[in-house]
Design a binder for this molecule. Structure first.
Ligand code: ATP
Ligand code: MG
Length: 481
């Protein structure tokens, strides 16, 4: 076992107390699932799930009499009792077995109490089928320890059957590949293709949760590559609103990037490998990862891909890609502000490279245009967006494998500092508190005028300069009265 740091945490100690309490009452109890996997890998678990031979009523009785607080949520979640210990809460589940049917995710029936072995065998991957005793001993009936050692993902039992039972497991597979950096066992991989049709029955909400976890993972390129090469991305899932069910394409727009040739003078990789390199390069933040994933989605599409003097061109791929990004993120249910920001990044990524390559180009005019463009409400938003753009731009350069990143970093920093001093709204102006009352009743007109003048670079954003410019505008308005 790797690090033992987890043993010092209150969360672990609470879990052990629960195990001990149940065992003292003659029941079996183990920590199971992700926590055991994480401990075995030397990571500190984020939460602890517990299984026991005790029926939910007994779990409640035994734990309450030992001073734990419990919430009985039987009916709703099939024999799971939520137990609190200090600040931490635990799901204590009675051993159960499950039968699956038509539904792509939910079992048709759940039986408990069942046995330890059956409970382990309803779980998805061998690495998630480990159990831990209160003394730190691991019980492994499915070969999970060996698979952790070999860093591979294998279903428990036949992958064909396990994916047919619950299609979400295929997305979980890609997500775990991303989070753990494990490879996918060939037999497990082979179970995907025959069950792609089952994805149709999954809800958008569940699929999106998995895609987001994948996007934020350390080995994001592995997760996304599995998603796309398995064609899970080409499937539809469903969204039900007001009793109406709609088919939602997951991410078919990514498929054409695979093996897409790119201009060799700018790129070492095909479109998909380049995209993966850029996604991996940006920080694990949902805005940046989505922008990186979609930044070149417009490349190679009809009307964009061209050949000029024997060279590959993708003119307008940024604008076309921005439209595609808007469609994709909107149908996946993202809010307007999130969509606008990602779309802005996709649409601007080539402009970033233009300014880096053309040191004499007028950066200020561009910044002024962005400030007035209506996308941002205040300087802070513009500065954050510009910071993201510089991170995306630098990652794009690194991911192309052909250029030095340092000029992009340097010019990117210039863009960010310029954005930080560019007022977007009158509230970004550093005027003296007394100014508005001095220009009554023309506050709005005066403020708008001085805002524009600061944006234009005619005056500084200082109390003195704003006061002078504001009063002069005020006098002109007065004269017209
Ligand atoms: P995470 O670190 O994301 O919480 P986890 O392995 O704990 O990873 P959970 O979704 O919290 O994943 O599920 C807890 C455990 O329940 C898993 O480890 C696995 O044993 C089991 N499990 C969860 N979802 C499924 C599923 N769809 N099919 C089979 N077993 C599942
Ligand atoms: Mg978990």
């Amino acid at each position: 076992m790797g690090s033992l740091a987890y043993r010092e945490t209150a969360a672990y100690q609470g879990a052990v107390r629960i195990l001990q309490t149940l065992q003292a009452a003659e029941y079996e109890a183990y920590i199971v699932g992700g926590a055991v996997r994480d401990i075995q890998m030397g990571r500190t678990p984020h939460d602890y799930d517990i299984v026991t031979s005790a029926m939910p009523e007994m779990v409640i009785e035994v734990l309450r009499s030992s001073g734990f607080t419990t919430t009985n949520v039987v009916g709703a979640t099939f024999g799971v009792v939520v137990v609190s210990y200090g600040e931490h809460s635990y799901e204590v589940a009675t051993y159960r077995s499950e039968q699956y049917g038509e539904d792509s995710h939910r079992p048709v029936s759940v039986h408990y109490p069942s046995t330890f072995s059956e409970d382990v065998r309803r779980r998805d991957f061998t690495i998630n089928g480990l159990a831990l005793t209160e003394s730190g001993h691991i019980r492994d009936e499915v070969g999970g320890l060996q698979d952790i050692e070999h860093r591979r993902l294998c279903t428990i039992g036949s992958s064909q059957e396990r994916f047919q039972e619950d299609a979400l497991r295929m997305f979980r597979l890609c997500r775990f590949a991303g989070q753990l950096g494990f490879s996918i066992d060939p037999n497990t991989w082979a179970g995907i293709e025959p069950n792609l049709y089952r994805v149709e029955g999954l809800s958008l909400e569940r699929v999106r949760i998995e895609v987001e976890k994948m996007l934020l993972s350390d080995h994001v390129d592995l997760g996304l590559d599995a998603l796309v090469r398995s064609h899970l991305n080409d499937q539809y899932c469903q969204q039900t609103t007001g009793g109406q069910s709609r088919r939602i394409p997951i991410l078919p727009e990514l498929t054409h990037l695979v093996d897409l040739p790119q201009a060799p003078e700018h790129h070492l990789h095909d479109g998909w490998r380049h995209t993966l390199a850029v996604v991996r390069e940006v920080a694990p933040n949902l805005v940046l990862r989505w922008a990186a994933l979609l930044h070149d989605v417009g490349k190679g599409v009809e009307g964009v891909r061209g050949f000029h003097k024997g060279r590959i061109t993708d003119r307008n791929h940024d604008r076309v890609g921005a439209h595609m990004a808007r469609d994709i993120l909107t149908r996946l249910g993202y809010g307007k502000e999130f969509v606008n920001l990602v779309v802005w990044l996709v649409e601007r990524h080539m402009r970033f490279h233009f300014y880096v390559a053309n040191a004499s180009a007028d950066l200020h005019t561009w910044m002024q245009k962005e400030a007035k463009g209506g996308v941002f409400r205040e300087t802070k938003e513009l500065a954050i967006a510009m910071d993201y753009l510089q991170q995306l731009g630098v990652a794009d350069v690194i991911g192309s494998g052909t250029k030095e990143a340092s000029p992009s970093e340097m010019y990117g920093q210039r863009m960010v500092s310029m954005a930080q001093t560019m007022p977007v709204h009158t509230k970004d102006l550093h005027y003296d508190k007394g100014l508005p009352s001095m220009v009554q009743p023309y506050v709005k007109e005066v403020m708008q005028t001085v805002l524009q003048r600061v944006q234009n670079g005619e005056i500084l954003n200082t109390p003195e300069a704003l006061q002078e410019a504001g009063l002069s505008k005020y006098r002109r308005l007065k004269e017209k009265e």
